[in-house]
Design a protein around this ligand. Structure first.
Ligand code: RP5
Length: 170
């Protein structure tokens, strides 16, 4: 049997996958092994329970759960485990993600889901948040997260220099 990855990205539908490119890219850049699954809280609830029952004892440490519309996937994961669950509400549907955001974020007390924002920033932050959880006990991951943060800051400084050159004071 393949070694269990420490992070899993589970999504409610393969239609969610194109909106999770940032999550995949950041975890890859940080060299964090990942399991990717399509499991629906509503359409395949038994598979969700079976997967969690196997993966968590085998070493799964953080779950990133992405879903749109009536987005109960992250909450269902959190109901079955005590490892950290990061929720990504997926844009789309008649309410353009507001339903997913509220379904993911507004958990009952005692069963937390760390909910990210809507859109590409939320997808990116989910990967970073998972990395930061692992980084608490893994200095190599912590160093890679710090390097990514420094690169982001350098990119802002470069944009600042460009804008200031285009619009000099005075
Ligand atoms: C959710 O319902 C999925 O996460 C997806 O965002 C949404 C619609 O699913 P599909 O009908 O596109 O498969 O459970």
């Amino acid at each position: 049997m393949a070694k269990q990855a420490p992070v899993a990205l589970v999504m409610g539908s393969d239609n969610d996958l194109p909106k999770l490119e940032n999550t995949l890219a950041v975890l890859k850049a940080l060299q964090i092994p990942l399991e990717v699954r399509v499991i629906s809280a509503h359409r395949t609830p038994e598979e969700l329970r079976e997967w969690l029952d196997a993966a968590v004892p085998n070493g799964l440490k953080v779950i990133i759960a992405a879903a749109g519309m009536a987005a109960h996937l992250a909450g269902a994961c959190a109901a079955h485990t005590t490892i950290p669950v990061i929720g990504i509400p997926v844009l789309g549907g008649a309410l353009n993600g507001l339903d997913a955001l509220l379904s993911t974020v507004n958990m009952p007390g005692g069963v937390p889901v760390g909910t990210m924002g809507l859109g590409s920033a939320g997808a990116r932050n989910a990967a970073l948040f998972a990395a930061q959880i692992l980084a608490v006990a893994d200095p190599a991951i912590a160093a890679r997260v710090a390097a990514l943060r420094a690169a982001d800051a350098d990119a802002v400084r470069a944009k600042d220099a460009k804008v200031r050159a285009e619009h000099p004071s005075g």
